[in-house]
Design a protein around this ligand. Structure first.
Ligand SMILES: [Ca+2]
Ligand SMILES: [Ca+2]
Length: 349
């Protein structure tokens, strides 16, 4: 009888937990905007080490409609530039408020200064909504600046839109050879999600990682890019105005940046890779067995899925038997969180 139990135990262990990813055993707290929830790790494979101090985050819901943008977001700081940016209820991704900027011939609206930092990894996520009128425009979605005298100046992402309203994303590596037309779409007048997973290269070596996703489309993904010759990225110039020369409007919401790939995200498809976008939930406490995160539901409602992504960019996985990374099922607005896929597993006798 003892042998039978041991054999069954071996079968159970090997058949259920074949993934190296951690998985979530439970979530306590209410899944509503701004609430803090505690996410517990299941079994012996925890969440690993992660970062609990994002560089910047804001969902802009603490503003009053029409206020000027503050240099102190919910997390971190940023520097205001050029013409004033306000927070408006014109349209938003999360809640009812987002940044709003309208004008022409403008440059960056605000930036996150990283001077003196030697961070190697970055994860950036935010939502943008834009409209321009005119014959030619350049949507400068985001630009990472380094040293102007070095080739570091150019590594950036710009969204150029020309006559005929065909847009494309440009990534410019150290070689100054732009990867242009890597996303030929022009999604004006809708909310779009951009996600960047970045790792600086060794100096003058083609071993950097640049991964850019827009609305779930991988528009660039390389592990062999030289991102610098000597220095490091020193500024994220977030959210350039849409145009160098034409009238434009751009709104931004749920802005997040961190010098780590570790994060907590929420999506609507159970399989991680099937999601067109993610909501980022900033982490304020991270240990191998337990994480505390600030809920950011974005535009999600009813049933959604949550993942803890580790510092190597590997998501948690609730179903080791199924290919890919299955999320932990949650119900927006509820404090009764249970994972249905884990609940279906056979129990030990
Ligand atoms: Ca918002
Ligand atoms: Ca799986």
């Amino acid at each position: 009888m003892q042998k039978i139990i041991i054999c069954f135990l071996c079968f159970f262990l090997f058949s259920v937990n074949i993934s190296i990813s951690g998985s979530i055993s439970g979530i306590t707290g209410t899944i509503t905007q701004g609430q803090t929830v505690t996410i517990s790790a299941a079994g012996s494979t925890g969440f690993g080490s992660g970062d609990s101090s994002p560089i910047a985050f804001d969902d802009f819901e603490s503003y009053t409609d029409g206020n000027s943008l503050s240099s102190t977001p919910l997390i971190g700081t940023w520097e205001l530039l050029g013409d004033s940016t306000t927070v408006e209820d014109t349209t938003s991704h999360s809640g009812s408020l987002a940044t709003y900027h309208s004008g022409d011939s403008d440059y960056a609206n605000f930036e996150v200064a990283l001077a003196g930092q030697t961070y190697t990894h970055y994860y950036i996520s935010y939502w943008f909504y834009y409209n321009y009128t005119g014959a030619s425009s350049v949507v400068k979605v985001i630009q990472l600046h380094g040293n102007n005298s070095d080739c570091d100046y150019w590594p950036g992402v710009m969204w150029s839109t020309g006559p005929g309203a065909s847009g494309y994303v440009v990534y410019a590596p150290c070689s100054n050879t732009n990867f242009s037309n890597i996303y030929t779409s022009n999604p004006q007048n809708q909310w779009n999600h951009i996600e960047l997973v970045l790792r600086q290269s060794t100096a003058s070596t083609s071993d950097g990682h640049i991964e850019i996703k827009i609305n779930g489309n991988i528009v660039h993904n390389s592990d062999s890019i030289n991102t610098r010759n000597s220095g490091y990225w020193t500024i994220f110039e977030y959210f350039y105005s849409v145009s160098n020369s034409d009238t434009s409007t751009i709104m931004l919401d749920d802005i997040y940046a961190n010098n780590s790939w570790s994060r907590v995200v929420m999506g609507t498809s159970e399989n991680y890779a099937d999601n067109d976008n993610f909501e980022i939930c900033p982490v304020n406490s991270w240990s191998d067995g337990s994480i505390q995160a600030r809920v950011n539901v974005g535009d999600k409602s009813d049933t959604a899925y949550l993942w803890v992504v580790d510092s190597s960019n590997i998501p948690s996985d609730q179903d080791g038997d199924t290919a890919g990374y299955q999320g932990y099922e949650i119900v927006i607005g509820s404090s009764q969180q249970s994972n249905h896929s884990l609940g279906a597993k056979p129990m030990l006798p």
